[in-house]
Design a protein around this ligand. Structure first.
Ligand SMILES: Cc1cc2nc3c(=O)[nH]c(=O)nc-3n(C[C@H](O)[C@H](O)[C@H](O)COP(=O)(O)O)c2cc1C
Length: 194
């Protein structure tokens, strides 16, 4: 049953030299260890312009090809794991922009959050939660918070580095993915086929 749940990993940072890639790779391995095949939704690759739709997403009348392509990719997923760095006590503008593009495609799906930053990304995650609620994403309680100070090996402040998460982080990621899968399965019954 759980193998049928399709999880999109939304990589929320887009800058060159970002650490989002190594975090997303760790998340991918954690999801795969549960027997699932995640889909990577890397906002750097999507390169969405600043929201340029004439109508608010809630009307579902997407004018632009890039919006329709993004909608199709999100629609394919039953659930999401958002990989979220903390930027100025919040989450990156590129992630807010990508969320704002759509509405129905996010609705009645589950999500888990993986934050990271100098101070473990907690404020970025907390800022994202009400946004996810507004697009009717059910975000699970368990969250992963990686700190640059101990969960990464860095040679300096601009080094992308490598990820060496403390053992409890692996356990937390697994628990979070299990919660996401359980909620995604339950929420499927609410969704009408599009
Ligand atoms: C614009 C910007 C603002 C940041 N603000 C914070 C912050 O408020 N708190 C924090 O702990 N780290 C902050 N950082 C550090 C980032 O969380 C850290 O560099 C992380 O690697 C950024 O994610 P990325 O590498 O995927 O872009 C900031 C980094 C950037 C680029």
């Amino acid at each position: 049953m759980s193998s049928e749940i399709r999880i999109g990993i939304v990589v929320g940072s887009t800058r060159p030299n970002r650490r989002g890639g190594v975090v997303a790779d760790w998340v991918r391995r954690g999801i795969e260890s549960r027997g699932l095949v995640p889909e990577l939704l890397d906002l750097a690759e999507w390169a969405l312009p600043m929201l340029d739709e004439p109508d608010p997403a809630i009307h579902g009348a997407y004018a632009n090809p890039h919006t329709r392509a993004w909608a199709a990719a999100v629609d394919r997923c039953d659930a999401f794991v958002f990989v979220v760095p903390e930027y100025n006590h919040s989450f990156p503008a590129a992630l807010k922009n990508a969320i704002d593009y759509l509405f129905a495609e996010w609705n009645d799906k589950a999500a888990g959050l993986v934050g990271y930053g100098v101070q473990a990304g907690v404020r970025g995650i907390e800022a994202l939660r009400p946004v996810l609620s507004e697009v009717k994403i059910a975000h699970v309680r368990t969250q992963v918070c990686l700190t640059l100070m101990t969960d990464f090996a860095l040679s300096g402040p601009t080094d992308v580095g490598t990820l060496h998460p403390a053992p409890y982080q692996e356990e937390t990621l697994g628990r979070m993915v299990d919660e996401v899968v359980a909620w995604a399965g339950a929420l499927r019954g609410l969704r009408v086929p599009t």
